[in-house]
Design a protein around this ligand. Sequence first.
Ligand SMILES: [Zn+2]
Length: 282
Amino acid sequence: MKNKLKNIVIALILIFIIVILSIIYTNNNSTNSEIDYKYTNINIDSNQLNIFYFNVGQADCTLITINNKNMLIDAGQESDGEYIVEFLEEKNIKKLDYFIITHGDIDHSGGAKDIINSINIENMFMPQGIIESEEEYQEIKELAEKQEIQMPKVEVDQEFALDVASFEVISVKNNIDCEPNDSSIVIRLNYLNTNYLFMGDATTDIEDEIECATVDVLKVGHHGSGSSTSTEFLEKVQPKYAIISAGNHKGYNHPSEEVLERLRNFGIRDENIYITKNQGTI
Ligand SMILES: [Zn+2]
């Protein structure tokens, strides 16, 4: 009888511990998945190049700013638009010299309308074929036309200046029948002796095809999905740091363990691999 009572007490204690642990786990998970829209402790030093890889969950948005010249690559999901605008206004960024929508997927173009409606934009780049193919992108295009934003067709090898920094178009597909991810505008940014590569959602097909000099920082393609970032590509561009924009989306599970392994095997140490869902805005 005594033993039975002892067993019941032990079982109750175990159940209690399991309940407490699962509450702690759920709480941790929910705070992780909440996006840090406030970007609180971020300061801009206008005398040098600043790059913010925003934590926009399972989406993409990067701000590059130097000496009041500003470039935004992608616009997150539709729900991110107003927060990106809020950030730009808070940091007194009144104009985007370049607004690049790498391709039309909603996790890259979703916030575009809010941004076009709120911020002066000088040049907007999108892969042309994609614009023609979907109603959503037509709306973005019409809105941009209304605001008299220039939307030149971008081609591989074109170069643009951003104050003393410069960037070059490494890949873009302007044909209408291109796989949307592979239409991505891929950008290589140079500042002093440092080079940055922004892959959009381009897959290994594009990685195989592009000609690109080595870089220091790689914004990993397609949120760290296994269909991008091949070992051959890493050997080609030789990055020292890797940045991944990914959220806690259960269906995608980005970044893939496979890609993290490829980065590690190539020689990038864990502390040089940054992931927005873990580190927040980088
Ligand atoms: Zn994407």
